[in-house]
Design a protein around this ligand. Structure first.
Ligand SMILES: Nc1ncnc2c1ncn2[C@@H]1O[C@H](COP(=O)(O)OP(=O)(O)OP(=O)(O)O)[C@@H](O)[C@H]1O
Ligand SMILES: [Mg+2]
Length: 465
């Protein structure tokens, strides 16, 4: 049994947004809770410290009343001993007589409190409890040489409880707020995406047009996407136009040799004498070669016109190696045509950025023209030289009849051929050269050679340009 392929959940904008927001919001919530707890505790400490000081001062005042003696009044006792939770302690200490009342374990402040009834606050411990205490020094009633230190203390329980209550309340409020924001976001995304509806409707209404989809109603955030789609459409339009032109050109260019073929076949069938058949076959062979050449040149031109994106990244090419090798492979053809083909160049690297196979197409077309149009007993020289600014110049010069100067600018036109030439050709070679050069950001210059002939120069920019 085939394993059932795992169904991957489609990515969701909402889920993604929520996840992206949830983590920072949770961190913010924790930070906020810590801050709230800190602030709440500070305020609780401040209020409780003040109450503690007030209690200590009031008690000291009650004890300082000479009418009461050193006895605690019933109010004072009630104030000190009313402690439902057991969180409070007190102590009255005489400098001369020692502990007069309260808890003996309560530790005094490290520094004695000032003698002017100003409470001194300090932290201490009793058993396992942390305590906060306020101590006040006052003169003992009826004995000015004695002083009493009244200490009131409490555990930190109430303060922490208050801070915890505030913290809990704040967490509840914040969590509700975050939940509200996230739910608004959940519904907001849905509503927000409705701005894409007109764009979707426009695209759905198309059958096969590749016109731009962007418009004034496209939201700013979606513009990069519509621009990328429009750029893709524009490249597709270019490719389709190229293919249409290829089909039209192919149909047009192949019609003539195919009509010729059919005529010669008819002639051979109608007159089967050996000499007629041989003549018809010779024509058929020539026409077939022409059709093959035309179709291969059309394909090469289409390749040369393709957008750079379809051809991939250009690489560093050393023309100093590539060109002499390619020339040496054509020497045999040149010899057969009675042409002296040579190469002139220095033994050094000539780097350009490009594509080796289109470079060979370019060179092949130029050598092919020079051999064919310069004619028997002519000389063809391929040269490579370094120019100023890191440019590399490839030149192909022959000493044939050349081209009338006023026709030089037309040589790169598709299907342009000089009238009166006996050579077969489709008129596409120099168009291929031109497009290939353009793709390599190179310039093509046609000039007449001295004393006669044609010189074609291709100037390549340095690879870093
Ligand atoms: N070296 C040259 N000397 C004289 N004329 C030339 C030379 N090179 C090109 N031409 C002229 O320019 C025309 C266009 O050349 P191009 O290479 O574009 O086409 P083609 O050679 O006719 O056909 P093909 O597509 O098979 O190369 C040629 O037909 C020829 O008349
Ligand atoms: Mg040619």
């Amino acid at each position: 049994m085939n394993p059932v392929p795992a169904v991957r959940r489609r990515p969701s904008l909402r889920r993604r947004l929520l996840l992206v927001l949830l983590v920072p919001m949770a961190i913010l919530l924790i930070l906020d809770a810590l801050l709230t707890y800190g602030v709440a505790l500070t305020y609780a400490n401040r209020v409780h410290d003040r109450d503690l000081s007030d209690d200590a001062v009031m008690l000291a005042k009650m004890l300082a009343d000479p009418r009461l003696g050193t006895q605690l009044s019933p109010q004072a006792r009630f104030l000190l001993e009313y402690d439902r939770e057991g969180h409070s302690y007190f102590q009255v200490n005489s400098a001369r007589r020692g502990l007069l009342a309260g808890s003996a374990q309560l530790l005094p402040a490290t520094a004695a409190p000032p003698p002017d009834n100003t409470p001194q606050l300090y932290s201490t411990r009793l058993d396992s409890h942390a305590l906060r205490a306020a101590a006040v020094r006052t003169t003992a009633p009826g004995d000015p040489s004695d002083s009493l230190v009244v200490t009131v203390a409490e555990t930190l329980h109430d303060r922490h409880q208050q801070a915890n209550e505030i913290l809990l309340l704040s967490i509840m409020v914040q969590t509700t707020l975050i939940a509200a924001v996230l739910s608004l976001l959940w519904f907001g995304v849905g509503r927000g995406l409705r701005v894409l509806d007109p764009l979707t409707a426009r695209l759905a209404a198309r059958s096969h047009e590749l016109t731009p989809i962007g418009g004034p109603d496209v939201p700013q955030e979606i513009l990069p996407l519509t621009r990328t789609i429009d750029a893709l459409f524009s490249r597709l339009r270019g490719m389709l136009a190229l293919h249409d032109r290829f089909i039209a050109d192919a149909a047009h260019q192949l019609r003539t040799p195919l009509t010729g073929l059919s005529l010669h076949v008819d002639r051979a069938i109608a007159d089967p004498r050996p000499e007629t058949v041989t003549d018809a076959l010779a024509h058929i062979q020539r026409l077939t070669q022409r059709a093959a050449r035309t179709s291969s040149q059309l394909l090469a031109l289409t390749r040369a016109q393709a957008s750079p994106l379809e051809l991939g990244e250009p690489i560093l090419l050393d023309l100093g190696k590539l060109i002499p090798e390619a020339v040496s492979q054509r020497v045999h053809d040149a010899l057969r045509a009675g042409v002296d083909l040579g190469y002139e160049g220095h033994d050094q690297a000539m780097m350009i950025l490009g594509d080796a196979s289109s470079m060979l197409d370019l060179l092949d077309n130029l050598i092919d023209n020079a051999i064919r149009y310069a004619g028997r007993d002519s000389m063809v020289t391929v040269a490579l030289s370094a120019q100023g600014g890191g440019e590399v110049c490839l030149s192909i010069e022959d000493n044939g009849p050349g081209v009338p100067p006023d026709l030089l600018p037309r040589l790169s036109e598709r299907f342009f051929r000089l009238a009166g030439s006996n050579e077969e050709g489709s008129g596409l070679g120099l168009a291929i050269v031109q497009r290939t050069a353009e793709r390599h950001h190179a310039r093509v210059i046609y000039r007449l050679a001295e004393p006669h002939g044609l010189c074609v120069e291709v100037h390549f920019p340095p690879p870093s340009a």
